[in-house]
Design a protein around this ligand. Structure first.
Ligand code: LLP
Length: 428
């Protein structure tokens, strides 16, 4: 639990505001974000960069939109100076609607369609993180048709093990992401000779929820090795993008401090630039998602029923895997707290949703003193919570609230069933 969400007199509060009041007003399931938490987590990156970056080549923090993409969140971060890491035309439309500066947008993803590339070129984004030669040629062709030059970096797959859940590990040789580092040099040579692309950087992203930055350091050394080879061939790069991936505490994990991590990376980069590039600056780009949004949001839910069988005591709640997929998909742990603490002997429960899947659970084996009608907070739900929500079982998506300075603002109303099928057509 971060200090933005804490108990005051047995009532769980966000920035000092009782969550029971917010749940009374907006109902459950409900995502609640703390503006102060989002701001603090973003500023941890911004301040560390300010302290270490090259003034002539200031760092750019490109918040990873996929982690939590609601407009109010993007708008807040954009006003703080964030750029964005996007992976679809939809995310580009979102960041533009939120007031993003396209010159701070980098576009990753293995499957960019022609329409998406055209749209990104029309918005003049900073850089495409190119993930294959086929994509490079497509970008070159479309940029040529549009009379433009596309700025590109290759996303290099450095083949380092990030020691995280296999589903969120992306920088191993066998993953679908990026180009193998052994092939990077030849890809850059090909790109150099294309008329409608301009090489500006190098990129990688090795995985998410990293609790140790040694794999990121190993990836950095791979990129540095490549940069030197490129430089020797006259291809010099403006930026180096290390992706995102720093983990957060869901339970009691020891995490990497953002400030220390950034200092460590700059230390390596500085020594490298001094020894082999006469101290010439290079710009660093970071793509944090979870470490900004994860512990800035929680999911509120109400206990509908208690139910037991021979093996298990269940709390059936009104939130489900369609609201928060992480437990079902990765067996992820999220702490669960009652909005109001009761006295009494705790019981051990599995907390499950109403969806017709045995995988529809939010937490297992939790000791709680609760009864029907009580409300619970599922913590650390700010990243990959709402952004992975679905309409399964024709369940409208939850409402979302952002708390700012003791006031709750509805940032997305609850969807009604009619919203879900409003655009559908029947066959006459
Ligand atoms: N950059 C790229 C290219 C990415 O693919 C990702 C995340 C990030 C940055 C941000 O990574 P972060 O700082 O959030 O770790 N749904 C999973 C996580 C998937 C991460 C996908 N890529 C989960 O709920 O754990």
């Amino acid at each position: 639990m971060t200090h933005h969400f804490s108990y005051q007199n047995d009532t769980l509060c966000v920035e000092g505001l009782p969550l029971t009041d917010i749940a009374d007003q907006y109902g459950t399931p409900l995502y609640v974000y703390s503006r102060a938490a989002l701001t603090d987590h973003y500023l941890a990156y911004a301040r560390a960069c300010e302290a270490h970056q090259y003034p002539d080549a200031p760092a750019q923090i490109c918040y990873s939109v996929k982690s939590s993409a609601t407009l109010a969140i993007l708008h807040l971060l954009s006003r703080l100076g964030a750029g964005f890491d996007i992976v679809s035309g939809g995310e580009l439309a979102r960041v533009m609607a939120a007031g993003a500066d396209p010159q701070k947008v980098v576009y990753s993803g293995v499957g960019k369609t022609a329409n998406e590339i055209r749209y990104a070129l029309s918005q003049d984004i900073l850089c495409f993180n190119v993930e294959s030669l086929a994509e490079l040629h497509r970008i070159n062709r479309i940029a040529g048709d549009m009379g433009q030059v596309a700025r590109i970096a290759f996303r290099v797959n450095p083949d380092v093990d990030p020691h995280t859940h296999p589903y969120i590990s992306t920088g191993l040789r066998e993953n679908k992401f990026g180009i193998p580092h052994e092939e990077a040099l030849s890809c850059y040579r090909i790109a150099r000779d294309l008329p409608h692309v301009q090489i500006i950087g190098i990129d990688c992203h090795i995985g998410s929820q990293l609790l140790d930055d040694a794999p990121l350091v190993a990836a950095l050394h791979r990129l540095i090795f490549l940069c030197d080879q490129l430089e020797a061939e006259g291809i010099s790069l403006r930026h180096l993008d290390l992706g995102g991936g720093l983990g957060i505490a869901y339970r009691d994990e020891k995490t990497i401090s953002v400030g220390e991590h950034i200092a460590r990376i700059y230390d390596i980069v500085r020594r490298w630039r001094q020894t082999r590039h006469q101290g010439k600056p290079i710009r660093l780009i970071w793509e944090p998602g979870r470490s900004v949004s994860g512990n800035a949001g929680i999911l509120l839910t109400e206990i509908q029923y208690e139910k037991s069988n021979a093996a298990t005591r269940y709390l059936i709640v009104d939130a489900a895997m369609n609201d928060l997929l992480r437990p079902a998909m990765y067996e992820a742990w999220h702490d669960v707290l009652p909005l109001v603490r009761r006295v009494g002997n705790p019981q051990t429960y599995d907390i499950v949703g109403p969806i017709c899947e045995s995988g529809d659970w939010l937490a297992k084996n939790r000791a709680l003193t609760v009864r029907e009608g009580d409300r619970l907070a599922i913590l650390s739900a700010g990243a990959y919570g709402m952004s992975m929500a679905s309409h399964y079982n024709t369940r409208g998506k939850a409402a979302e609230v952002m708390v700012d300075n003791g006031r709750a603002h509805l940032i997305r109303p609850r969807e009604t069933a009619e919203d879900l099928f409003a655009t559908e057509r029947i066959v006459p």
